[in-house]
Design a protein around this ligand. Structure first.
Ligand SMILES: Nc1ncnc2c1ncn2[C@@H]1O[C@H](COP(=O)(O)OP(=O)(O)O)[C@@H](O)[C@H]1O
Ligand SMILES: [Mg+2]
Length: 491
């Protein structure tokens, strides 16, 4: 009976439609798995094993950790949708926030979520949400065990420790359209291809610094540090800066990656990560030690540009600043707080400018020598009627020498050089240069002896043409490509 005297009604969400909408929060497979790993790490797990597969019965994903686990009461609360208030003060190491992750991340990928947990070997309990059952019962029916033996078998027992948690996803309908077709199986496995790289990136600090071991199908996930701090050719670290908001510390550390040509093939591939160097430029936001944003300009309205690709900026925030940074449920996006925006923007601009310089001036050996003034180059960059082009330098002493020696036949040489100038394959070069998979050769990289021989024969030709030795040496020592010879004094 309705009570008309009351000023309110209690309107409970319809479980089926609520869960259906919770399924479309926009989690990707990697983000969903990462959310479960957050829970394991918060529960102090040191080992997290992920397995998945598809057999003739069903598809599944299983994550086992050796964390502190939950007793039955805790597990019951954990399975509740919206198990904690997002405004609750969390412990500083806690990677959770909304009390939703376990459920929303799981339901974004599967229709059945079973969790088995043990806070000690005496108190093992299992709970299961099956969306098909919720749909039939039209109520929040949480099972007190597995739905059937096959599930039980997949869930298995604890293999890492007597305590811990096992999360099992079944009926992975977002990864598999039908469980029968063979074609779908290949697609199913393909969808997991990037999971390892993604986890290696998001959790690299835990793997590197805390020794947490994450395995996927028994293979360890390699930590993927986006800043490349190797001893061989490390990134340059710009000045670290500490800002504060509401009394809480935010640390900003910009890095300029070394130019690709300075790296080994393996290193270049690693830094390419998921989307390539250019797409991974920008801010890397860490909440506690967990990566939230893997390289983009957040809401700074900077464009992604090819020549900024060496710029990567680490920003560290504590979990007490979630509100200010507007961390979303998926822990995949954030906004820069207004109070910090201007300063962060300035720091980014300085870093970008430096990164662009490193990217554009690759002639490191020239720079090492100091000033480039007084050098004679083979190429000249010119601007005519607003259009930029590159031309072979016809004032070059070697050009002049050849030209003069040729006498009446020199027009052919002149035309030939002009044709070379006009047809440099700029588009091809730019394309290759910007492709991180392609290693570009430096001028005379493996031909030092040849260069020394050229130096000698050019010197001789200049002297033969009537130039004094002193004068010839002066000229030749200014030629760009001979700098490598000049640096090692020529006898
Ligand atoms: N692997 C796990 N080990 C121990 N406790 C867990 C685990 N996963 C989830 N929990 C518990 O369930 C709760 C709810 O998890 P979740 O829905 O992801 O929300 P949140 O992480 O925001 O708290 C967690 O706060 C934690 O107490
Ligand atoms: Mg969580």
């Amino acid at each position: 009976m309705e009570d008309n005297n009351l000023k309110f009604d209690i309107v409970r969400p319809d479980p089926e439609s609520f869960l259906q909408s919770a399924r479309s929060f926009g989690y990707g497979l990697e983000t969903a798995i990462a959310d479960l790993i957050d829970n394991s790490i918060t529960a102090k797990a040191t080992k997290i094993h992920i397995t998945y597969g598809i057999d003739k019965f069903t598809s599944y994903l299983r994550i086992e950790d050796n964390g502190i686990g939950m007793d039955e009461k805790q597990l019951l609360t954990a399975m509740k949708v919206g198990s904690s208030n997002p405004n609750k003060l969390r412990q500083s190491h806690d990677l959770g926030r909304f009390g939703l992750g376990l459920k929303t991340a799981s339901f974004s990928q599967c229709r059945r979520l079973t969790v088995k947990s043990a806070s000690d070997s005496q108190s093992v309990s299992t709970k299961c949400w099956d969306l098909d059952l919720v749909e039939i019962e039209q109520d929040w029916v949480l099972l007190r065990g597995c739905t059937d033996n096959k599930s039980e078998e997949k869930l298995g027992t604890f293999t890492l420790d007597s305590k811990g948690t096992i999360v099992l996803w079944e009926k992975l309908d977002r990864l598999l359209e039908s469980e029968e077709s063979n074609l779908d199986k290949t697609h199913f496995y393909r969808k997991f291809e990037n999971v390892k790289i993604h986890l290696g990136l998001i959790f690299h600090r835990f793997i590197e610094d805390e020794g947490i071991v994450i395995t996927v199908l028994n293979e360890s996930v390699r930590p993927l540090n986006p800043f490349h701090l190797s001893l061989n050719s490390p990134s340059s670290e710009l000045q670290e800066e500490q800002l504060s908001i509401n009394g809480k510390k935010v640390t900003i550390q910009p890095y300029i990656l070394p130019h690709e040509t300075k790296l080994l093939k393996d290193e270049r591939e690693q830094l390419q990560m998921l989307r390539g160097w250019t797409e991974h430029q920008g801010i890397y936001l860490y909440r506690n030690k967990r990566l939230i944003s893997d390289g983009n300009w957040l809401d700074l309205n900077f464009r992604i540009k090819e020549n900024q690709r060496l710029c990567r900026i680490a920003i560290d925030i504590p979990n007490t600043l979630d509100k200010e940074w507007q961390i979303d449920v998926k822990k995949a996006s954030a906004k820069i707080p207004d109070l910090l925006r201007q300063r962060i923007k300035e720091i980014c601009i300085v870093a970008i400018e430096k990164a662009v310089k490193v990217y554009t001036h690759r002639g490191a050996y020239l720079k090492r020598k100091g000033s480039q003034q007084g050098l004679i180059f083979f190429w000249k960059a010119k601007l005519k009627q607003g259009k930029k082009f590159y031309e072979i330098n016809v004032d070059h002493p070697i050009y002049k020498l050849i030209h003069d020696n040729l006498g009446p036949g020199s027009y052919l040489f002149k035309d030939y050089i002009k044709q070379i100038s006009e047809t440099i394959p700029i588009a091809l070069i730019v394309n290759d240069f910007s492709d991180p998979r392609i290693l570009m050769k430096e001028p005379f990289e493996e031909a030092h002896l040849e260069l020394v021989a050229m130096y000698q024969s050019t010197l001789k030709a200049l002297i033969d043409s009537g130039v004094s030795k002193q004068n010839a040496l002066e000229q030749i020592n200014q030629i760009e490509c001979f700098q490598k010879v000049v640096l090692k004094p020529y006898e």
